[in-house]
Structure formats: structure tokens, C-alpha cells
Design a protein around this ligand. Sequence first.
Ligand SMILES: NC(=O)c1ccc[n+]([C@@H]2O[C@H](COP(=O)([O-])OP(=O)(O)OC[C@H]3O[C@@H](n4cnc5c(N)ncnc54)[C@H](O)[C@@H]3O)[C@@H](O)[C@H]2O)c1
Length: 424
Amino acid sequence: MLRPVTFAICGCGDRGLDAYAPYQTLHPEEMSITAGADVRPERLALLRERYGVPPEMCFASDGELLAQPRLADVMLVSTLDRRHVSNALAALDKGYHVLLEKPISPSLEECRALQKKAHETGRTVVVCHVLRYTRFYAALEDLLRRGAVGKIETIDAVEHVAYWHQAHSFVRGNWRRSDETSPMILQKSCHDMDILRWLAGEPCLKVQSFGSLDYFTAENAPEGAAERCLDGCRCRDACPYDAEKIYITDPRTGIRGRGKDWPCGVLASEPDEDKIRAALREGPYGRCVFRCDNSVVDHQTVNLEFANHIYATFTMTAFTQSCHRTVKVTGTRGEIEGDMEANVLRLRPFGGREETVDLNREGGQFSGHGGGDFGLMSSFCKLIAQGGGAGLTGIDASVESHVMALAAEASRLNGGQTITLSEF
Ligand SMILES: NC(=O)c1ccc[n+]([C@@H]2O[C@H](COP(=O)([O-])OP(=O)(O)OC[C@H]3O[C@@H](n4cnc5c(N)ncnc54)[C@H](O)[C@@H]3O)[C@@H](O)[C@H]2O)c1
């Protein structure tokens, strides 16, 4: 690479500044952040401190950044869902390549408008479907393409969201309302639609879906539940969703065990226990999970028919202990089962010996979506350094899986009606 690819970060939140920007620290020869924008001054302060971006290149809004002439090779769009397309369209007009956080948009028209503009400008638009860049899914896709199970017949995938992650992001947090951000199947599970399409290797023809918000509703509030966990709630001891447990005392998720990273880093910049307690007393993350204004589903299933008679099922459930994904693929000559948490694939060729593909043995980086966040950055920087192109998760492939997700949501809202994608 001749010089690092330069980035302007539009939206210096958790994804922009904490998930992708650190790739520069690891690979300064590949990535260099030259500018950024955020409406929160404390995030711009971190951009200056951590990456030495000069104050005159730090802007107080997306609009201000996008009003400048082009300041980098790439605009990383990591604002919230509803700003993605307007930010990306403006960036393409200025001549940037775009690295775009998912989902592209909850509106199919907007997805198509961005796809059209990307083709017209000839610039690269890659969507952050980070799972394709994990060793786990890359190894699975490679086995399938090499015919390890013969012709694929079925795929069953489960997204185990985890009770605390659901409470954090989809009951108390940013993505609790589909009218403000996106429906769950798009917001969280567009990754899974994208992976299913990739593994199937064939276009999706039909979808059908059921799902609802069953548990995190006012009717399920136990007797004695307060509006906020720290406001003398009498149900806290028995409640796994108690905010103090999730953000302070639980060793897997709280500040005492996990430290200042996500999810605690979402409650306060550079958090400590005092800052977390203050956020729980006053902010959205201290609310009772039965007394929020959430609307997104807490469990959903999707049936999918792909070309070549491949059938798939997908289940998303909030009600799991840990946050991970599992998958089983069957074919005419064998089956493969995978667990992304264990990072292991088990291949069982019919009439042959079981083979275990243990991806942990290969070493390397597994944090940040099983290594997918940095895997994406590595692949994207190479793509841009070589002049751009479609990439592994370019706009065309990503719009295809967004159509699947939006059709699944339409089906769910229509009582599970089967939707033919060519007519959608
Ligand atoms: N690829 C993945 O796996 C993945 C995972 C989580 C989130 N996401 C997506 O990433 C996006 C960002 O999520 P996040 O968790 O970083 O949220 P976040 O709230 O931490 O970050 C969004 C940032 O945008 C800033 N912002 C808001 N309005 C702005 C404006 N007008 N101009 C400039 N900045 C503005 C906010 O202050 C915030 O810092 C979301 O769309 C989400 O769906 C993707």
C-alpha cells in the first residue's frame, strides 16, 4: 500500500469511534482518520485525543462535515439508521467512497436510491455486514462452496440476542422503537439475512415471518415494580433485567467486570461506577424494562425459500443467556453444525468421519463481532487502496438482503403472509 486510506467519520459514536477507528492504532499504514463530526462535543474531544485530528477538522454535525469539500478518501457513515442514506448520498456527491453502517435504511426506496447513486458515481459503497468478515462464517462459506455437504438443502440459523443485550439496545436503548430507527429484522438481523443469502449462494424467492413483542410490556410488570430500578423497586432481587445488575455488578456485562467497553461505554464516555450510577438514575438505561416506550419484537422467526430448492429458517430470540449465533446446514452428502461462540464448525460427511474445524486454533483477533469489525476494515482498506470495487458486502448484495428483511417484516405485520420477492 502506498499510503494509508484516509477516513472522515460521520457520527463518532460506539461504532464510528470505538469499533472501527481503533483499526488505525493497529494498522497506521492502512488507515488514517483526518476528519469527523458528531453532535456530542465529548465524542469530538475523544476523536482529537485518540487520533490527533485537528480541531478545525472536527465538525459539530453531519451537515457541517458534508458541507466541506472532500476531506478524505472515505466517508464512514456511522450515524443512526435514519440518517444513513442522506449522509451517504451527500458523501457520494462530494466524491467520497462510503463505508456505511447497517442498516442502509428502513425504506426500500432509499436503499434503491443509494444503489442507483453508487452506480452513477462509480464510487465504492460497502455496507458493514461484518459477519461475512469473521473467520467463522468465511470458513463455513468456503466449506459449502467447495461442496463439503454436496448440494445444500436446508439452513437453520438462530440469533441468540441475550436477555441483557435485548434490554440494553432494544428495550431501553437506541433501537427500541421501529418508527425511530428500524424494525428488529432489519436493525439486528439484516446480518443474518445477508449471511443466509451468502451461504445459500442463490437468490431468495419467498419469505414468511411471525414475531411479536411479547414480554417487555407494561402488562408484564410485576407487582411493586418502580419506574426506575434504582428508585426503590421492590422486584430487583428476582429481576434479571435489573439495571444495577446489568451495568454494575454482573461480571460479564457490568463496569466492575467488563470495564468501560460496550455496553457500559454507551451510558457515559470514559465511564466509572459513579458515572454509571448517575446515568441509571437519570438516563434511559435505568428505566424498568416493563415501563419503556419500546415497540420492536423480542422474538421472531422467518421461513425462506431460495432458488434451487434450498429452504432456510431463521429464529431471533431475546431470551438467551449469551449473545451469539448458531447454524446448521444440511446437504445431499453431509451436514455442518456451527456455534459462533465456541468458534467451532462440525462437518459430518455421510458415511465418513466427523471433522472438527476449530477456528480458535488459528489464533488472531476475535473481539468485535468475532473479529468481523477489524476483518471488514482490513478488507475495505485494501479494496480502496486498490482503487475500489464491489467488495464482499457491496451495495448490490446488501440491498438484496435488505429486501429480504423488509419483506419478512411486511409478512410479520400481515400475520405471516408469504411474500414473493419478485413482486415485493
Ligand atoms: N455493523 C454492526 O454490527 C453494527 C452494530 C451496532 C450498531 N450498528 C449501527 O451503527 C450505527 C451507529 O450505532 P452506534 O451504536 O454507534 O450508535 P451511537 O449512538 O453510539 O452513535 C451514533 C453517533 O451519531 C451521533 N450523531 C447523532 N446525530 C448526529 C448528527 N446530526 N451529526 C453527526 N453526528 C450525529 C451521535 O451523537 C452518536 O455519537 C447504527 O445505525 C447501528 O445500526 C452496526
